[in-house]
Design a protein around this ligand. Structure first.
Ligand SMILES: Nc1nc2c(c(=O)[nH]1)N[C@H]1C(S)=C(S)[C@@H](COP(=O)(O)O)O[C@H]1N2
Ligand SMILES: [Mo]
Length: 525
């Protein structure tokens, strides 16, 4: 090697000249493989089988409970971009190794690519609803990737030959090929994504969706004056769809049309039944305002949102199919295979459990479950709020386990009483004197009776509650504080309408929801 080094070049530069093009070859070949895999998946009408998404989805499903907790507490609702970035970095690193290996120990790099193909193919084959052909996008992508890896690394090697070492021509040819590969990878990926969306027809279907009309008697109660006290910076009573938290395991948002949609009801029932969209539309629509909460919400966290939903009674549907008396769980399944176990008792006790089709006057956004999702007041989302729901199995908790329960989360998970300080903001600096403290509190199904605030471990003082909308929605509160200069700690706690004070003991979200009192530090100047 060293004999090829021109005397004026330090060894590190020459090593970089050799390794750089090889590593780049590997990375580009992998990018093309993934882009082609994406495109092939779209053209074959199986976008869930693209190697990148199949591996990502499998990673999500196979990761242990602590990993989900870590991801959500670290990245919040950006957990998906974080996963994509992490995967991409790992792929770049491995592909660079493959390119380097292919240069020195041909065909070791190709073999490594083949190994990635096996991993991707295995992931695609084991996704819910996969068949033998699900492996095709990965196989095609990897085949193209290996050919390109060989061509590129051969070119990269020719750059290193002493006779042409300085040849600008060779270098230009390599760079031109590399640039074309990068462009091809980006184009194939982007076109694949576009095609997948278009082909589903779901975007057009959602645009032509007509909101069901709701009889006056089935409307949600109007929001009375004094419910939404709109302190700047505090949580609005109704959460806009765009700002509504999103939590799910779906790396590719399912794109269903109302025509594709159906709900199969089976298991411990007298009559199996499959409900089509037209069957749903013939039913009586009801409108309800309900606050959803995620079990992963930390004390003081923002994984909760309040919306006005239009949907159809879950209880009525269950009554019609004749639930067996010894059944106690509804195992609902999303089109992507995610499952939720909900106590039948909660669905049938008269609370407003609905199959929702609209959210704040719009068809459900795709990320929130278009065309149909469940909304059940009082239960954390992972045991109640199935999005893209297509299957209901009436069963028993001792016979079936839902997705998160299999991963260490609770079977039963009623929402815990919680309260949060929104204003002043975290580590805010406020002026001495009259300071308005504001926030929200929730105890779905029980209702908020009282909110108290204390400063620096002083006595608890009653906050002023906003007008209550219902026991199923959060309730805003304010507190007037005469602030003195210095650093202060504000703390809040709520009491529900059963007289139960919010649990002071700190608990992690896993297995059944966080508890503890929210505190906030404020600098008064
Ligand atoms: N299909 C599907 N439905 C799902 C989930 C999911 O991962 N997949 N996550 C659940 C969880 S954990 C919560 S908190 C709510 C969140 O609903 P949102 O994203 O509309 O706020 O959806 C629930 N429904
Ligand atoms: Mo959740």
């Amino acid at each position: 090697m060293d004999t090829q080094t021109p005397p004026d070049l330090p060894a590190s530069v020459s090593r970089w000249r050799t390794l750089g093009p090889r590593a780049l070859s590997g990375v580009l070949a992998a990018a093309v493989a993934l882009g082609i895999g994406e495109l092939a998946a779209a053209l074959l009408g199986m976008s869930e089988s693209s190697p990148f998404f199949a591996v990502g989805a499998t990673t999500v499903d196979r990761s242990p409970a602590w990993a989900r907790e870590f991801a959500i507490s670290t990245f919040g609702t950006n957990d998906k971009p974080a996963l994509f970035i992490g995967m991409s970095l790992l792929i770049v690193a491995l592909a660079a190794v493959a390119g380097t290996l292919e240069g020195t120990h041909r065909p070791a790099g190709s073999a490594l690519f083949l190994a990635f193909g096996v991993v991707g193919g295995y992931a695609a084959l084991t996704r819910p609803g996969a068949t033998a052909v699900s492996v095709l996008p990965t196989a095609i992508g990897v085949a193209v990737g290996i050919v390109l890896l060989r061509v590129l690394t051969a070119r990269a090697r020719s750059l290193e030959e002493p006779t042409v070492h300085a040849s600008a021509m060779t270098r230009r040819r390599f760079l031109a090929l590399a640039a074309s590969a990068a462009a091809a990878a980006a184009a194939a990926g982007a076109i694949g994504r576009q095609l997948a969306q278009k082909a589903s027809g779901a975007v057009a279907n959602r645009m032509s969706f007509r909101l069901p009309s709701v009889l006056a008697t089935n409307r949600s109660r109007p929001i009375a004056a004094g419910t939404d006290i709109a302190v700047p910076g505090s949580t609005p009573f109704v959460t806009e769809n765009d700002g509504f938290y999103r939590i799910d395991t779906a790396l590719q948002v399912p794109l269903l049309t109302t025509e594709d949609w159906s709900l199969r009801i089976h298991g411990m029932v007298d009559r199996d039944r499959t409900l089509r969209w037209s069957d749903l539309m013939r039913r009586t629509a009801i409108e309800r305002t309900v606050t959803l909460t995620c079990v992963s919400n930390e004390v003081g966290g923002t994984l909760a949102g309040n919306a006005t939903w239009v949907g159809y009674s879950i209880k009525d549907l269950l009554d019609e199919v004749g639930v067996h008396p010894d059944a106690d769980m509804l195992l609902s399944r999303s089109v992507d295979g995610f499952t939720v176990g909900t106590p039948l008792a909660a669905l049938r006790d008269g609370r407003d459990a609905i199959l929702a089709v609209a959210m704040n006057g719009e068809p459900l956004p795709f990320v929130h479950g278009y065309p149909v999702r469940q909304v059940v007041p009082g239960l954390y989302g992972f045991v109640s709020a199935t999005k893209w729901v297509v299957d209901w199995e009436v069963t028993r908790f001792d016979r079936a386990q839902a997705y998160w329960t299999q991963r260490g989360w609770a079977e039963q998970a009623p929402i815990k009483t919680a309260s949060r300080i929104d204003v002043p903001a975290s580590f805010a600096r406020v002026a001495e004197g009259d300071v308005l403290v504001a926030g929200t509190a929730w105890a779905q199904q029980r209702g908020i009776a009282r909110v108290e605030v204390r400063v620096d471990d002083g006595p608890w003082r009653d906050a002023t509650l906003a007008v209550e909308y219902s026991i199923d929605t959060w309730r805003q509160w304010t507190y007037r504080w005469t602030a003195t200069a210095g650093n202060h700690t504000l703390q809040v706690r709520a009491t529900d309408q059963d007289g139960e004070v919010q649990d002071e003991r700190r608990a992690e979200p896993i297995p059944a929801g966080a508890s503890g009192w929210h505190t906030r530090t404020v600098a008064v100047i």
